[in-house]
Design a protein around this ligand. Structure first.
Ligand SMILES: Cc1cc2nc3c(=O)[nH]c(=O)nc-3n(C[C@H](O)[C@H](O)[C@H](O)COP(=O)(O)O)c2cc1C
Length: 154
């Protein structure tokens, strides 16, 4: 069974909740799913990581949350090259923060692209000003993502 890793960066658990809610959709599509709350660079560069979903909130002024900052720094510093990685990205944020809206998700997208990874589809940005429960936006997006990117394997 192919593996899908969900890399999570969260402060208050919203992004983790999204990961947990979408997990069964990927299982139904034929994947073994691992949710990584404290991801390391090794998780990303392991040979079984060719498809990933990132669920990342923004804190501070467009900053990565908690331990996710170390993970992102490791990618930037060690520049592993990720040309075999295909990924989707769900960014959580709040538009009342203005210019730094979804800043962590946007930075991460650039970082991954710079390492040669290929984003499948558009980035989903979930605005807490508009969407009270992030799952309400994430679930239909993931369903459509699996469909349009033809990710179903079973
Ligand atoms: C201290 C703090 C700083 C924040 N800074 C930003 C920001 O710069 N940009 C943004 O889009 N959202 C910002 N947010 C909003 C969070 O990203 C948003 O509420 C998100 O849904 C939290 O997700 P989580 O439950 O996974 O931590 C901030 C929230 C807090 C509490």
């Amino acid at each position: 069974m192919p593996m899908l890793k969900i890399f999570v960066g969260t402060m208050y658990g919203g992004a983790l909740d999204v990961a947990e809610q979408v997990k069964p959709l990927f299982e139904g599509a034929g994947y073994e799913v691992a949710i990584l709350e404290n991801p390391s660079l090794d998780d990303l560069t392991a040979p079984d990581t060719d498809l990933a979903l990132f669920c990342v909130s923004t804190t501070g002024s467009g900053d990565y949350p908690g331990t996710f900052a170390n993970f992102a720094r490791a990618i930037a510093d060690q520049s592993p090259g990720l040309s075999s990685l295909r990924y989707g990205l769900i960014a959580l944020g709040d538009s009342s923060y203005g210019e730094t809206f979804c800043g962590a998700g946007r930075q991460l997208d650039e970082l991954l692209e710079g390492q040669g990874a290929t984003r499948l589809g558009e980035r989903l940005e979930i605005d807490a000003m508009e969407t009270f429960m992030a799952d309400d936006a994430a679930l239909p997006w993931v369903e459509a993502w699996i469909d349009t990117q033809q990710l179903k394997v079973a």
